[in-house]
Design a protein around this ligand. Structure first.
Ligand code: CP
Length: 314
């Protein structure tokens, strides 16, 4: 990639409002182009993208692989046992070496973002967080792209998130907090809410933009005017819950047909994978209000937009 300084996407907090809107708009262009049967221009021809996933993934890994290939880039894929990180090579050395060979590294890890920040301590290779313990920024960019496609704009939307305050919820809060007039209500099980540091960052961004981010730990007084109900599975990839009775705490936070009927105008979103009968009833996920599978497809269009942005577009 012909850039002097690599552009990283490790947290949504790394991106300006303009960056986020550009990536969302470009993802929408790719989605509309695909719907019209158009093939994208090979804007990444000659680039080489590394994909390092130390945790399982269906959507994100395929979205970035297929997206890179559709834009003309080549892909090098590493599984959890492939890099010398496993034998003690430092993250800094790994980043320096890969930066001499790759244009971008898309990575999913179970750890905190410090490892990705270490890889990003060079100027040549973009580092993209495909999910870390604290945040799933490319999921939120895809979700914003889906929302913009569904509603025409994200500004002013009213959303309800039900479930664990996990990395998907964190990214959603950080992303939506940038949009004026947005109202995000989170209903998270007691003890499983947003991390305080994420809540504070989202609150600061919301105060600046005019968004509202609210969190409660019960399912009473659901917002009847919500336009979107969003949930995620209870067992976040790469994590486990030490409390053996955690299911009893999560049980009231299931998105049922009764929950959806309290918000009759709402569409249903889910980052997937789903466990029908746990976080969501099958009748909701597979019902007419669900846009979860459109949301999944938009991950590829959004990934293409992220890779182009890292390449220097916009
Ligand atoms: N939503 C999501 O990140 O899916 P994968 O874990 O399959 O990538």
């Amino acid at each position: 990639m012909c850039r002097d300084t690599a552009r990283h996407v490790i947290s949504l907090s790394d991106l300006s409002d303009v960056d986020i809107r550009r990536i969302v708009a470009r993802g929408g262009e790719f989605a509309r182009g695909a719907a019209a049967g158009l093939r994208p221009q090979p804007t990444l021809a000659g680039s080489v993208i590394g994909l390092y996933f130390s945790r399982t993934s269906t959507r994100t890994r395929t979205a970035f692989s297929a997206g890179a290939l559709r834009l003309g880039a080549s892909v090098v894929a590493y599984g959890p046992g492939d890099l010398q990180l496993n034998t003690g090579e430092t993250s800094e050395d790994t980043g320096r070496v890969l930066a001499g060979m790759l244009d971008a590294l898309v990575a999913r890890t179970a750890g905190d973002p410090a490892e990705m920040r270490a890889w990003a301590r060079q100027e040549r290779m973009a580092v993209v967080n495909a999910m870390s313990a604290d945040e799933h920024p490319t999921q939120a960019l895809a979700d914003l792209t889906t929302l913009a496609g569904q509603f025409g704009a994200v500004d002013g939307l009213r959303l309800l998130y039900v479930g664990e305050g996990n990395n998907t919820a964190a990214a959603l809060a950080l992303g939506l907090s940038r949009y004026p007039g947005v109202r995000l209500d989170l209903r998270t099980p007691p003890g499983y809410g947003l991390a305080a540091e994420i809540r504070d960052r989202a609150a600061a961004a919301a105060a600046a933009s005019g968004a509202v981010i609210r969190e409660r730990h019960d399912m009473a007084e659901l917002p009847a005017d919500a336009e979107v109900v969003y949930t995620a599975r209870w067992q976040t990839t790469g994590t486990s819950k030490p409390d053996p009775d955690w299911r009893a705490v999560f049980d009231p936070f299931r998105v049922t047909t009764a929950v959806m009927s309290a918000m009759p105008k709402a569409v249903f979103m889910h980052d997937l994978p789903a466990h029908r009968g746990e976080e969501v009833d099958a009748e909701v996920l597979d019902g007419p209000a669900s846009i979860a599978f459109t949301q999944a497809e938009s991950k590829m269009y959004s990934a293409m937009a992220v890779l182009e942005w890292c390449h220097g577009a916009g």
